[in-house]
Write a protein that binds this ligand. Structure first.
Ligand code: E4P
Length: 214
């Protein structure tokens, strides 16, 4: 299972990359706007520094606009993946980009049928948003199980990229279900290795070692 970092923040990217925990990055317009400044410069630096796929999102509403934007975004680097919303126009754009050999990440997926359509259109990644579903009392992880079943039934090559992750349990459940990728906020990725019994055990080992060697 791959871990992507869900951020446009360079400090977070550099820290996660140094820890060897990051296989790629996903951004979106909100994450880039949080960083402020020149978004092109920010996106270019991210693409240069990240050793792995970087998702950059189109904002156009017609397929034509999306494909045009994708051509521009693709100039940021060979690792760019074009993030396209799951709309009718987005599906047309996804198919057109697939035919050109451009990798896509179909985003804002909230139902198994949307995921099926994205896979049929040739999406490289399909991004179901689990946290936002949980937020309206719909089980986000159930959606991941349903998509896993559909993709396996028909051997779709599209990768399930679990998005809108809020906590380590989302990551664990994604792994148990067999999702291909989880895109994780930095705060959650930092919590994955933590366990109170690890801290307690380490404290005990250190105290005992000190007694032995004093
Ligand atoms: C993923 O690609 C999305 O950008 C992201 O996971 C959205 O999550 P949010 O619900 O935290 O905005």
């Amino acid at each position: 299972m791959e871990f992507f970092l869900d951020t446009a923040n360079l400090d977070e990217i550099r820290k996660a990359q140094a820890q060897g925990l990051m296989d790629g990055v996903t951004t979106n317009p909100t994450l880039l706007s949080r960083e402020g400044g020149d978004w092109r410069r920010q996106a270019q630096t991210i693409c240069n520094e990240v050793d792995g796929p970087v998702s950059l999102e189109v904002v156009g509403t017609t397929a034509e606009e999306m494909v045009r934007e994708a051509e521009d975004l693709a100039t940021f680097g060979d690792n760019v993946v074009i993030k396209v919303p799951i709309t009718s126009e987005g599906l047309i754009a996804t198919k057109a980009l697939y035919k050109k050999g451009v990798k896509t990440n179909v985003t804002l997926v909230f139902s198994p049928l949307q995921a099926l359509l994205a896979a049929k259109a040739g999406a490289t990644y399909v991004s179901p948003f689990v946290g936002r579903l949980d937020g309206i009392s719909i089980d986000g992880m159930e959606l991941i199980s349903q998509i896993r079943t559909i993709f396996d039934n028909y051997e779709f090559p599209a990768k399930i990229l679990v998005a809108s992750i809020r906590n380590p349990l989302h990551v664990l459940d994604s792994a148990l279900i067999g999702a291909d990728v989880a895109t994780i906020p930095f705060s959650v990725i930092s919590d994955l290795a933590k366990h109170p019994l690890t801290d307690k055990g380490l404290e005990q080992f250190n105290a005992d070692w000190e007694k032995l060697t004093k």
